[in-house]
Design a binder for this molecule. Structure first.
Ligand code: NAD
Length: 475
């Protein structure tokens, strides 16, 4: 696959040269067999496993991510995506036969999933390792070349990604381009065949506008506010661990974290107490001393989240649990806030941090109305033992994904499509859905023997008009 004087991944930073190189090479990569792609995925798997200590260290340096959480929510996601793709790739790559209408007798039809070509992946900082590599895995499984731009806000992870990719791929296959907004803008000006972006809805719009100039297809994995509803029948004691971890792991910097909770008024106090106890069990009395709790990515985000809390408190919200902040250390304690006004920043902005507003409700339909007045969420969680309530919520709201009696876990099942809808995203990722996003479904019809359609071709005389009439009526 390599010619002698090609640059190495470490040398190549010129975006134009890189784009041209990958463009020239796309058919070589696109024509690789399942066996060759699986061999690449195996190599990537091996390097990731070998470099596990360095990956853990990089994420600790970026935002003190606990090594156990790196294993579980970064490395395991990447190795899981690789294993899933390896298991299914042969089937995904095979032509998918479909039936042919009787009127076209004599022909057969199939779909080929061909690579889109040269793809761009732009990643965020909050799961800087897996959100960068998982789409790359789908892209190479589908036979594309890839330019990956990690987030500039997680520089240690960005460097390790460059190192890993450089060990496995040649730059004409996959290359990492590090940098911030300027680099991203320069990349977006190139006519990539597909752009896979994970980040905020605001930047998602910039990406889509840039893609439109070249009519590049896009997958946009965006964010927003993901509501949680806890009804009067919920098993709070049995599920509180799942809700607490789903919200406060990664210091709440999770696109699918429960952003706020609507709880039935009869269970409000019990919920607050359960959260207090669970947080104590997870992180101890002094959270700042806990090895299991990480930090906010940087001072700007620390200030942003702190300002939302301040705004809510000024408007009458009460801090029920936590509330301590340390700007010098990018630290915000897991915080539960009650009596939160619906017009406060905590309820109008995506929190993306360790603050959980709790709002009492009496009528479930009002909660549904409130959610539907906002943007479509990336995730919506229901804690309930009542099937009618669960169905009522599922049928009358829209969301990218939902867990019932749990939070976040739908992300980890590669048999499920992951992604949002409108403001929370366009297109899907993971497993087959990731492969599909990076593929063009090419329709192929093969004519084997003269077809019935030929009997209907001009000149349109009396017999043919009768046959056309019969076709419309009966086939
Ligand atoms: P972001 O949108 O600020 O940045 C994401 C990427 O876009 C980075 O690589 C950055 O360099 C680049 N970028 C930033 N500004 C740009 C611009 N003006 N032009 C071109 N490129 C630009 O997002 P973030 O702060 O890294 O991540 C947080 C957001 O991402 C939250 O909204 C969160 O909900 C969302 N998110 C979504 C998912 C998902 O899977 N749906 C996953 C993680 C995060």
């Amino acid at each position: 696959m390599q010619t002698l004087d090609l640059p190495t991944n470490r040398q190549l930073i010129d975006i134009d040269a890189l784009f041209d190189l990958q463009s020239a090479h796309q058919y070589t990569v696109g024509n690789t067999t399942a066996k060759e792609r699986i061999a690449k995925l195996d190599q990537l798997h091996k390097v990731v496993m070998d470099m596990r200590p360095q990956i853990r260290e990089a994420l600790y340096l970026d935002y003190r991510k606990p090594p156990a959480e790196v294993d579980l929510t970064e490395i395991y996601v990447v190795t899981g995506e690789i294993k899933h793709a390896k298991r299914h790739l042969r089937k995904w790559m095979r032509p998918h036969r479909v039936t042919t209408p009787l009127a076209f007798m004599g022909a057969s039809s199939h779909i080929r999933y061909e690579p889109k070509g040269v793809c761009l992946v732009i990643a965020p900082w909050n799961y800087p390792f897996q959100l960068a590599l998982a789409p790359v895995i789908s892209a190479i499984a589908a036979g594309n070349t890839v330019v990956l731009k990690p987030s500039e806000h997680s520089p240690y992870c960005s460097a390790i990604l460059k190192d890993i990719v450089g060990r496995v791929f040649k730059p004409e296959e996959v290359a990492v381009v590090e940098g911030g907004v300027e680099t991203s803008t320069a990349l977006l000006a190139k006519p990539f065949n597909h752009i896979f972006f994970t980040g905020s809805p605001t930047v998602g719009k910039i990406v889509m506008e840039a893609a439109a100039k070249n009519l590049a297809s896009v997958t946009l994995e965006l964010g927003g506010k993901s509501p949680t509803i806890i009804d009067e029948t919920a098993n709070i004691a049995g599920t509180i661990k799942r809700l607490t971890w789903g919200k406060f792991s990664n210091c709440g910097q999770i696109c699918i974290a429960p952003d706020y909770v609507f709880v039935h008024e009869s269970r409000h106090d019990e919920l607050v107490e359960a959260l207090r106890d669970q947080l104590l069990e997870f992180y101890g009395a002094d959270v700042s001393e806990s090895d299991s709790y990480m930090r906010i990515i940087n001072g700007n985000h620390q200030k942003r989240i702190a300002s939302y809390l301040e705004n809510a408190v000024q408007k009458g919200a009460k801090i029920a649990v936590g509330g301590r902040l340390n700007a010098d250390q990018d630290f915000i304690e897991p915080t539960v806030v009650t009596d939160v006004p619906l017009d406060s920043a905590l309820m109008t902005e995506e929190i993306f941090g360790p603050i959980l507003p709790i709002i009492k409700y009496r009528d479930l339909n009002e909660v549904i109305g409130f959610i539907n007045r906002g943007e479509k969420p990336l995730a919506l969680y229901i804690y309930s033992r009542d099937k009618r309530n669960t169905e009522l919520i599922l049928k009358n709201t829209r969301a990218g994904g939902t867990c019932i009696n749990n939070s976040d876990i739908h992300f980890f099942n590669n048999n499920l499509p992951f992604g949002g809808s409108n403001n929370s995203g366009l297109g899907k990722s993971h497993g087959w859905y990731g492969f599909e996003s990076f593929s063009n479904a090419r329709s192929v019809m093969r004519q084997h023997i003269p077809g019935a359609l030929e009997l209907l071709m001009p000149p349109y005389n009396g017999t043919k008009l009768k046959l056309i009439d019969l076709t419309i009526k009966w086939f």
